[in-house]
Ligand binder design. Structure first.
Ligand SMILES: Nc1ncnc2c1ncn2[C@@H]1O[C@H](COP(=O)(O)OP(=O)(O)OP(=O)(O)O)[C@@H](O)[C@H]1O
Length: 769
């Protein structure tokens, strides 16, 4: 427990803080009014050319974002204050920065991410960092409801574990009912979390921590911190946050705007390919296989397999002339294509030209030979014309398409997985039962495990953008000509009597600009944010990537993320004890080595802010039984409410589930029923008769009613109450049963009930003791 003693401050303090908070809200309102005025002004700016349109859009966007940031800060604007040795004035800390009237002194409110705020999170009686007193200010709406002080200059004795910062405020936050959405922790960030949030942006930072240690919270606050401290760079390049499922992303989506950030792209594992939302299902074994790095070679082989040479001699008939093409000649054409580009689609034009040359030559030989007994009648110009005609011949085009089709990644994968013969050719040395796992109906929906494969295929295929480039070159030439005309007009119209008078020469647009830069200025300005552009551009490179529940990512997904972040500026958070997927990680070094070698650093979180000690003790037994490589986290609080286990005969199970769920709903807050996959349908049917809204699966929403989840879908989430049904089923049905049970047990913030038919698994003995 904390080494400082929280005390409820007397009323005069409350009144004084109310005055300060009211003043800060007045400044917030003024700042917002100013932003709204500027926003309107920006919209009213007349558009005289494309450039002014661009500028107008950019200004409106900037002010729009500022309004969003200020709006988000309205809730709980002020979080506390620091009284410092060096200054008679307190320093107020809040969700945004607000300027003071006197710009030479402290700001009226310091943004929680600014360096000056740091002691608010890190100062302790052992290391007060110049702070005499830290005051947490709690508010509801704009009213101050409590202030909690910590005096940091008192003598304290060392205690076990790290001291808590702002214990009273922290406990109030932790015991609050959950809403189904994550809230920010700006007011109560703890020192070990703060060190991670503000850690250097460079390199790969891995945050390993048990359930409820605030990994997700810390990752999101770090994202907000980096966007604040590296504004310019990240505004240009954007920041990607990767989470496991759409439900999880919805759960965290509110936090970043609440932290004042809008320029972040959130993506689930099925959404890492722009334009695709892959939600198909597949077995863990298939997902694991598709997640292996060996798939890179499979795809390479599959692409080469689409560059084929017919087995025997192929005869084309052109204008009645028979032209035999031998495999050896066509193989030579293929070699020309392969040498021209590493990428399949980009090699095709060279291949096609080689085929046309070959056919044209043979044709010329034939018609030349017919007339003059062997020597050609055609000169170079005739041959050129002939080539052009041959290139239009349907038979030639069909041959090119057959031997070297233009391929999209979707087409490559669809046709590969739907054809066992193709799979066999692309998987030399594989066992047949593994090959069989890759089989997929051509019209099956894409799954998250397909996403890195589609992206990899893109890397191998490339796309032929020569038509786009030609179009762009034409557009530029035209713009340049028009710009030159404008400049000529301007030049022609300037006064001639000043021509020789250097002193008094007037400058015209033509002196300052050349046609190219004028054409550039008129080019359309793309005013979308980095996140918006990144969402549609698969070649986008991010300035920083945050990965949550990172233990679930396959090797192929890591490869994809490494491509999207060549600077390797990444924050990776996860828990090896919770890995549920077969493709997931059991060792951070092994996962990261192919991409960064040993160039990554590890930070650990050890305190569980979610699960009460009574429940965590049960979860810790499961962790141990599963031969975990990690230690369980230490719970920060206990509720005095022990978890309950009840044996129920199978036949009575569903009615009992309905009754217990009703009791938990009545107790208040969010409720989840966590079940093994085989029981989902029955439990949903049963609860649907008792509650107006019951949701389940990746889209489940606990703010609307109880949710029924398998452990994989509950990952990362938390609920006030959890009913765990059939723990033995969870152990048996999961590919990593102990991880799944551990995840299920660590979701509640208040109450846990376990219902089991048959025997209680030995791991849970504590529940019956
Ligand atoms: N410093 C803090 N102040 C207040 N609440 C906190 C703090 N740190 C964490 N929490 C709360 O603890 C809960 C658990 O945090 P979070 O979900 O980030 O943990 P996690 O490590 O990601 O857990 P899991 O591994 O189960 O996904 C959340 O409700 C979060 O808001």
């Amino acid at each position: 427990m904390s080494s400082t003693s929280p005390a409820v401050a007397p009323d005069p303090d409350l009144a004084a803080e109310q005055t300060a908070v009211t003043d800060l809200y007045r400044r917030l309102d003024a700042a917002r009014e100013l932003a709204v005025t500027r926003f309107r002004q920006a919209l009213a700016t007349p558009i005289i050319n494309p450039q002014s349109l661009g500028e107008r859009e950019a200004a409106a966007r900037f002010q729009g974002q500022r309004i969003t940031t200020l709006d988000a800060a309205d809730h709980g604007l002020v979080i506390g204050r620091l009284d410092r040795e060096a200054s008679p004035q307190p320093l107020y800390i809040g969700r945004v920065g607000l300027a003071a009237d006197d710009p030479s002194g402290d700001p009226a409110l310091v943004d929680w991410r600014a360096p000056a705020s740091r002691p608010f999170y890190t100062a302790t009686p052992f290391r007060p960092e110049g702070v005499v007193r830290r005051r947490h200010i709690r508010t509801r709406g704009r009213a101050v409801t409590a202030v909690n002080d910590e005096v940091l200059t008192v003598d304290v004795e060392a205690t076990d574990g790290p001291p808590l910062t702002g214990e009273a405020a922290l406990m109030a936050a932790l015991t609050a009912e959950r809403t189904g959405r994550m809230t920010d922790i700006v007011a109560t960030i703890q020192a070990e979390q703060d060190a991670i949030i503000r850690s250097d942006a460079r390199g790969v930072l891995v945050v390993q921590g048990g359930p409820g240690t605030g990994k997700t919270a810390v990752a999101l606050h770090r994202a907000a911190y980096l966007l604040y401290t590296h504004r310019d760079r990240l505004a240009r390049s954007g920041l990607l946050v990767v989470g496991p499922t759409p439900t999880f992303l919805r759960y965290i989506a509110d936090v970043l705007p609440a932290l004042g950030e809008t320029g972040v792209l959130l993506a689930g594992l099925g959404q890492l390919r722009p334009g695709l939302d892959a939600r198909g299902h597949e077995t863990p074994e298939v997902a694991e296989l598709k997640g292996r790095l060996a798939m890179v070679d499979v795809l390479k082989a599959a692409v080469r397999d689409r560059e084929t040479v017919p087995r025997g001699v192929r005869e084309l008939v052109i204008d009645g002339v028979r032209i035999p093409l031998r495999p050896v000649d066509l193989t030579r054409c293929r070699t020309v294509g392969r040498r021209a580009s590493r990428l399949h689609n980009l090699g095709r034009p060279a291949f096609a030209r080689a085929v046309v040359d070959l056919v044209a030559q043979r044709y010329a030989d034939r018609i030349g030979a017919d007339v003059r007994g062997g020597s050609s009648l055609l000169d170079q110009r005739d041959l050129e014309a002939l080539r052009s005609e041959i290139g239009q011949e349907t038979a030639v085009r069909e041959l090119v398409d057959e031997m070297w089709p233009v391929l999209t990644p979707e087409q490559l994968l669809r046709e590969l997985f739907a054809d066992p013969a193709r799979v066999r050719r692309a998987t030399k040395g594989w066992e047949d039962d593994e090959r069989a796992l890759l089989a997929r109906a051509a019209d099956a929906p894409w799954t998250p495990a397909d996403v890195p494969l589609l992206e990899e295929a893109d890397e191998l295929l490339g796309f032929d953008d020569s038509a786009d480039r030609a179009r762009e070159a034409r557009r530029r030439r035209q713009a340049r000509d028009e710009a030159q005309e404008t400049l000529d007009l301007l030049h022609g119209s300037r006064s001639t009597d000043l021509e020789d008078d250097e002193e008094g020469e007037e400058l015209t647009a033509g002196d300052l600009l050349d046609a190219d830069s004028l054409a550039d200025r008129d080019a359309e300005v793309d005013v979308r944010s980095a996140a918006e552009r990144a969402a549609t551009d698969r070649t986008w490179v991010f300035g920083h990537v945050v990965v949550d529940e990172a233990q679930e990512l396959s090797a192929m997904t890591w490869r994809l993320l490494a491509r999207k972040c060549p600077t390797r500026s990444m924050t990776v958070v996860g828990d090896l004890a919770q890995t549920g997927s077969l493709a997931g990680a059991t060792d951070w070094g092994a996962v990261l080595r192919p991409h960064v070698g040993d160039q990554w650093r590890l930070a650990q979180l050890t305190v569980n802010y979610r699960t009460p000690a009574e429940i965590m003790a049960v979860a810790a037994d499961v962790l141990e039984a599963g031969d975990a490589v990690t230690a369980p986290p230490r719970s920060v609080r206990s509720t005095g409410v022990p978890p309950v286990a009840e044996q129920v005969p199978d036949a009575d199970l569903l009615p009992r589930v309905a009754a217990v769920t009703t009791g938990l709903v009545e107790a208040g807050g969010t409720v989840a029923v966590i079940v093994p996959p085989s029981r989902v349908a029955d439990v949903v049917d049963c609860l649907a008769t008792a509650f107006p809204v019951v949701s389940s699966g990746p889209a489940a929403d606990s703010s609307a009613g109880p949710v029924v989840l398998v452990p994989a879908d509950a990952k990362g989430l938390e609920f006030d109450s959890v009913l765990l049904l059939d723990p033995q089923g969870v152990l048996d049905e999961g590919v990593r049963g102990h991880s799944d049970l551990y995840v299920a047990l660590t979701r509640p913030t208040q109450r846990l009930t376990v219902l089991y038919p048959g025997e209680l698994p030995a791991e849970l003995h504590r529940l019956t003791d």
